[in-house]
Ligand binder design. Structure first.
Ligand SMILES: Cc1ncc(COP(=O)(O)O)c(C=O)c1O
Length: 139
């Protein structure tokens, strides 16, 4: 938020990103929790994550007020759901177009667990090594 000046976040409906206030806000579901004090401006994209979902994402991003889109490239808590390649490519294109950060939360599928050093590279095109942010041991 501080670096983008934007206050909204988008995530996948029913996904899990942790138990802090912020991560529960992006992970909250209108079908599940009724928790007080969740952060405002946390928008959700419903499944299926296919080419049609890209249009729904664009409607959320085009006002350029979304700081980040966060998702697991392989969504573990939804049964190891792998989004369509068209969705991932479209999502990356839209994030670039509208200046939204794309956060790939890879706690369970991270380095080494799929025999790839950077497993998210199966879904999206990453910047060259050295230009990647260094979070959680990934470089
Ligand atoms: C996809 C995902 N994101 C976030 C978390 C939470 O990680 P932490 O407890 O380090 O905040 C988990 C924990 O299992 C997770 O599976």
């Amino acid at each position: 938020m501080a670096s983008t000046g934007r206050s909204k976040f988008v995530s996948i409906e029913d996904s899990y990103h942790g138990n802090s206030l912020g991560t529960m806000s992006v992970g909250a579901s209108e079908y599940r929790e009724d928790l007080p004090n969740l952060l405002r401006g946390c928008l959700k994209v419903k499944r299926p994550l296919d080419a049609n979902a890209v249009d729904r994402v664009e409607r959320l991003l085009r006002k350029r007020d979304v700081a980040a889109f966060i998702m697991e490239p392989i969504i573990c808590n939804l049964g190891a759901l792998v989004p369509d390649a068209q969705f991932m490519r479209g999502l990356q294109r839209l994030c670039r177009r509208y200046g939204t950060l794309l956060i790939l939360d890879e706690v369970a599928t991270a380095a080494g667990s799929r025999r790839q050093r950077r497993p998210c590279s199966a879904s999206v095109t990453l910047p060259p090594r050295g230009q990647l942010p260094r979070w959680g041991g990934l470089s």
